[in-house]
Design a protein around this ligand. Sequence first.
Ligand code: MG
Length: 385
Amino acid sequence: MKRIAILGSTGSIGVTTLRVVESHPERFSVLSLGAGRNIQLLAEQIACFRPKAVCVQDRQSARGLTEALPAGDRPKVLWGTEGFVEIATMEEVDTVVSAMSGAAGLIPTYEAVRASKEVALANKEAMVMAGHIIMEEARKHGVSVIPIDSEHSAVLQCLQGHKRGHVARIILTASGGPFHQLDAQNLNQVTPSEALAHPNWEMGPKVTIDSATLMNKGLEVIEARWLFDMPIEKIKILIHPQSIVHSMVEYRDGSIIAQMGIPDMTIPISYALSYPDHIENPLPPLDLTKVGPLTFQNPDFEKFRCLALALEAAKKGGSMPPVLNASNEVAVEAFLKGKIRFLDIPRIIHETMASHHQKAADTIEAILEVDAWARKKASSLIKQA
Ligand code: MG
């Protein structure tokens, strides 16, 4: 029996994770749940899964949740970063599902690894900010960081049974997002609701906007770089609008191994929880005779500047990836609130990166300092816009 802590239980990944847990009660149980401010859904999850401890974003939400739960029969209610760390590092926890959105997931994920917990990782921002530090800690403590991100789950599957030294390239596929076909000159007119309408995947708002700008694929290159210890030059991106091939690994003899499946996060989530086993899922099988032609093309770096900026930050390394990540989070939030336009997102990231004096970022403290600086800088650029 694997006892699980879920950070981000009311988000899209968290809800699907709970569905996987529910359909395999002989394999998984929920020990703790962490959420933001969605108290109503969290209270329902508590009634259903009976965790020992829960955590919410702030004191006010913790008070609201405590009032909403029946007295005498409630889990320990915690709040804030310390609370998330506590529920992730509880002694009985085997696996932590890291599915908070954005930089907020960094400290709890890092502390989970340091407490020798296996991590099922959906929070790619933590890897972009501090992948080198998290993977070093994972090696030190002998624990695995198993990807939930569908592309990285695909790569992990394509690596099984092959020698790591024989890998020539990792090929990450990208759907291209909702604006793949749109002319570049119309890109600045798109609205948040158009950007939130992803053609293939149902996901939270941050990652959906990142998919529309292709920043998501840039973040995933950095995530793959650390997860699989692969130099950036050996990670290639292909646009594949059908989202059937979730990624590939090319070997030195020319063989390419691909992983395919319907675009549903149930598959990578259940694989991350059951790795290296494959367990049953209540999904319709992929019918290759019905999906039509599968196509692949190179990404357009001119049209989707966020992707070029992410690769630039990845190559520069040091403090640049955390700057990229923080300025992107700030810009995406401003776009969702209607404060800036679509093409302001890459502009703000570019200007924040350009005014940053790059340095080493070898500790979590140094990364958090850079993160705070970049957020302030990006926010001031937005106010001027
Ligand atoms: Mg992905």
